[in-house]
Design a protein around this ligand. Structure first.
Ligand SMILES: O=C(O)CC1=CCC(=O)O1
Length: 95
């Protein structure tokens, strides 16, 4: 199942910079691990924003929720999730 997820990172003005940098590094490591597993299929920066648009390929809503809610930056993110269905005009293997 494919999902389009937008993640907007909201950095609290009073967050300890070292804590935040540690979480950012952990987020990067986790994101790369999930990309290697084929679960985080695309990761794009939204130009001009501290945000990304990502495509996830997971088995269920529950798996997606588990994966997103355990991301190190999850406490600092606003998430928007859109489930994707195949478009009838799409050619090739878009899944
Ligand atoms: O910078 C972001 O958009 C948040 C993020 C997601 C994966 C990652 O490494 O950073």
């Amino acid at each position: 199942m494919l999902y389009c997820v937008r993640m907007d990172v909201r950095v609290p003005h009073d967050v300890d910079p070292e804590t935040f940098e540690r979480r950012k590094a952990a987020e990067k490591a986790r994101a790369q691990e999930l990309q290697r597993q084929g679960k985080w299929r695309h990761l794009w920066r939204v130009a001009g924003c501290y945000a990304n648009v990502s495509i996830f390929d997971v088995d269920s809503h529950d798996e997606l929720h588990e994966l997103l809610s355990t991301l190190p930056l999850f406490p600092y993110m606003e998430l928007s999730v859109t489930p994707l269905a195949r478009h009838p005009s799409a050619i090739g293997d878009a899944a």
